[in-house]
Design a protein around this ligand. Structure first.
Ligand code: NAD
Length: 700
């Protein structure tokens, strides 16, 4: 955080020994990653960096100056060398000659690709002229909260002067583009002593002759702002002081878990949304403050902020002291409709003749006094990042309103950025969402063979997945592996014994607090046992019934409760077994419990249909690889009953199947994906056998 009393100053992390061994582009990357690695310096995806580097022209063999500048998209903190666009500096200079003026600045974006050096496929961003025309070798454009807090005050020009003297200039708000590039160029040429510029309502530009110089200037200028705020805000109460006390952490999370599916129900009809909950101290301070409403309504300032968060958040009226959560839920319809009306009115007020059609009018950020902030977006990373951006905006408002009057960006300017044709073109270029994007799946037995393969398949299709399992060690391993493969945002693990009613309730509440709701339940947790009836103990019988029948009942009941609150339908897939359809000698407890699962699925298909909840079953058979069931006693019992060695079993089952093929966890996962996705939107109460063909389990 910054613009907060007591904020630590930024450390200089430049390692000259390391940097000296690098090429100039590598040093640019090094600087960029150092800067973007600290969120106090710039927010995720925000800002850009550049260097003008001498290189050999592949066409003429002569030395030319090439502008290396962060390309479109990407994040300076995590980018690699291929994230930079490279352009001939002399061609960029030549563009000045054909520029037709402000009215036509957007056409210059199309010309940037004509300046590409060395066939680099990375598209140049609209910020390219902001770097190209500054007459210095190295340029940083950052979005530090502490500097934006100055840039977002009514007196930002005077304050910039007061803090930086002539070292840093000030330019009035202007949308990034060719014209702003010319403004910066002019300023730098006219003020040779200046080291950079504060852009009103936006951020900071700094420059230098070497990469190290530029880096150190950027840090020094931000540190000056942090130190200045430290003095200015010392002893002051932020946001007019606390009017609503924050609830205890567990109560906050509990209310978030109640609220999120209800919000999702109301905003997820056209496009499913994933939620994120943040109750960090900065958020709680803001949502509990006297100035919450008046500041929130002013909207955010930096374009990066409001592109992610929408121009303003939705503040939900709630008095935590009364604890009236029902009242909070009852007020949702009205609050959401009022927000949408406001958004439509903003669109109508500001639209231009060629503006793209209005986009989703729902809020992204929801602020709840005493509880925290909820955010919703098309996927988890976007929802999380939106919430991080709103924390940036809170920091900015805290600083700005603490030293002067905070001002959001002018509404028409904000609209012109939000509905900019170039922004629209960027959205149109985005890849089509995956089949399960925006969906949340809960997979029981998720750390086992079939559960893990299923989770992987659903993740591959873009779902957020919660693995629920009783085995903590295996669960941790699976979550770590999936987080590496699909990103930490997409996956969570919860330790749940499916036979424990309250543990199941907790597991679903956790899921909702993490992702905002639920769309898919895969009930898969299981065991297997075999013994002649005379030798089947009551304990073994009960264990089978408890885990396979009662466990499936408990998780389904919880999922149904959620699905009904959410009003978005739902998909339940049971992993039963061939043994639930076809009787097997010597495994009565297991077979009976599996038969109960299959019948439970049919009953639930009947009950759920009117609410759009589909319930289907997959029956695996003889999935040996990856299965923990098949690594234990069950394997020995099955081998013994067929008079085989355990290592002969796989071949035995393959030969027994009609198709003469082995069945793997991935094969089961494929059937689950089909039944969990809209591919099977018109199927419920069905059973798919995935067993390479077995006449005794034909359904009829
Ligand atoms: P597995 O043992 O590899 O996975 C089962 C997982 O369920 C394990 O991670 C285990 O820890 C978990 N689990 C067990 N009891 C639990 C409980 N009370 N609460 C929460 N989690 C619990 O086995 P698998 O082969 O992947 O089996 C998955 C499902 O498929 C089971 O329902 C099984 O009956 C069914 N099935 C498997 C086969 C097969 O050949 N592998 C055949 C037919 C049906």
């Amino acid at each position: 955080m910054s613009a907060t009393p007591g904020t630590k100053l930024l450390d200089n992390r430049w390692d000259e020994a390391k940097a000296a061994a690098m090429t100039e582009p590598e040093r640019l990357l090094y600087r960029s990653n150092l800067l973007g690695g600290d969120k106090r310096i710039t927010n995720y995806g925000g800002g850009n960096t550049s260097a003008k580097v001498e290189a050999r022209d592949p066409l003429t063999g002569e030395s030319v100056t090439v502008l290396w500048v962060k390309g479109s998209g990407g994040d300076v903190g995590t980018m690699k060398l291929d994230g930079f666009a490279t352009l001939y500096q002399d061609k960029l200079e030549a563009l000045r000659g054909i520029y037709r003026g402000l009215e036509h600045e957007d056409e210059m974006v199309g010309l940037l690709s004509h300046c590409t050096f060395d066939l680099n496929p990375r598209a140049a961003s609209i910020d390219t002229p902001l770097h190209a025309y500054v007459p210095y070798r190295h340029v940083d454009h950052m979005h530090p909260d502490a500097v934006i807090a100055i840039a977002a005050t009514k007196r930002s020009r005077e304050l910039t002067k007061e803090i930086y003297g002539d070292e840093i200039g000030w330019l009035p708000w202007r949308r990034p583009g060719f014209e702003l590039g010319l403004d910066l160029s002019k300023f730098a040429a006219e003020n040779p002593g200046a080291k950079g510029v504060v852009l009103e309502s936006h951020g900071l530009f700094t420059w230098g002759d070497t990469a190290k110089d530029c880096y150190e200037t950027t840090l020094r200028i931000i540190n000056k702002a942090i130190a200045w705020f430290d003095v200015q805000l010392a002893g002051k109460t932020a946001f007019g002081g606390e009017t609503v006390q924050a609830l205890e952490p567990a109560a906050r999370r509990d209310i978030a878990a109640k609220l999120m599916p209800e919000i999702r129900a109301r905003i997820g009809m056209d496009e499913r949304k994933i939620g994120h909950f943040d109750d960090s101290p900065a958020v709680l301070e803001f949502v509990g403050s006297a100035d919450l409403e008046p500041l929130a309504v002013l909207g955010t300032s930096c374009p990066d902020h409001f592109l992610r968060t929408k121009i303003r958040p939705l503040v939900l009226a709630f008095d935590p002291a009364s604890g009236d959560v029902d009242g909070l839920l009852a007020g949702l319809d009205g609050a959401i409709e009022t927000y949408r009306d406001g958004y439509r009115a903003y669109y109508e007020r500001c639209r231009r003749a060629n503006s793209p059609a209005m986009r989703d009018p729902n809020a992204v950020i929801y602020l709840v006094p005493g509880v925290g902030m909820l955010s919703f977006a098309k996927d988890k990373a976007t929802a999380r990042i939106a919430s991080e951006f709103y924390v940036n905006a809170i920091n900015v408002m805290r600083g700005a309103s603490g030293v002067d009057t905070y001002q959001g960006l002018d509404e028409q300017e904000a609209f012109d950025i939000e509905y900019w044709l170039l922004e629209e073109a960027k959205l149109q270029r985005m890849p089509k969402p995956k089949a399960l994007a925006g969906r949340v799946a809960f997979v029981t037995g998720g750390a086992g063979g079939i559960g893990r393969a299923t989770a992987g398949r659903l993740l591959q299709e873009g779902a957020c997945v919660v693995l629920a399992d009783i085995d903590q060690g295996a669960l941790d391993g699976a979550v770590t592996e999936f987080a590496q493969g699909f990103g930490a945002d997409q996956v969570r693990g919860v330790v749940v014994n499916v036979t424990d009613e309250s543990a199941v309730e907790r597991g679903f509440a956790e899921t909702v607090a993490e992702f905002g709701g639920l769309d898919i339940l895969v009930s898969n947790a299981g065991i297997a046992s075999a013994s002649p009836i005379e030798e089947t103990t009551l304990e073994v019988w009960n264990r089978n019934i408890d885990i396979l029948a009662t466990g499936y009942f408990l998780v389904s009941r919880e999922a149904f409760r959620l699905f009904r609150r959410q009003k978005l339908g739902g998909a339940v897939v049971f992993i039963a077994s061939k043994n639930g359809l076809a009787a097997s000698a010597g495994a009565a407890a297991y077979c009976t419990a599996k038969a109960a699962e299959i019948h439970l699925a049919r009953c639930l298909a009947l009950e759920g249909a009117e609410a759009g909840i589909r319930v289907n079953t997959v029956n695996p058979d003889a999935v040996l690889r990856g299965s923990k069931i098949w690594s234990g006693e069950w394997r020995e019992q099955r081998a013994a009953s067929s008079r085989l060695q355990t290592d002969q079993l796989e071949e035995h089952y393959r030969n027994r199947s009609m198709l003469k093929r082995s069945v793997f966890p991935e094969d089961i996962a494929e059937a689950v994906y089909f039944l969990a996705s809209d591919l099977s939107a018109k199927s419920t109460g069905n059973i798919i056998n995935v067993d390479a063909g077995n006449p005794i389990s034909f359904t009829r």
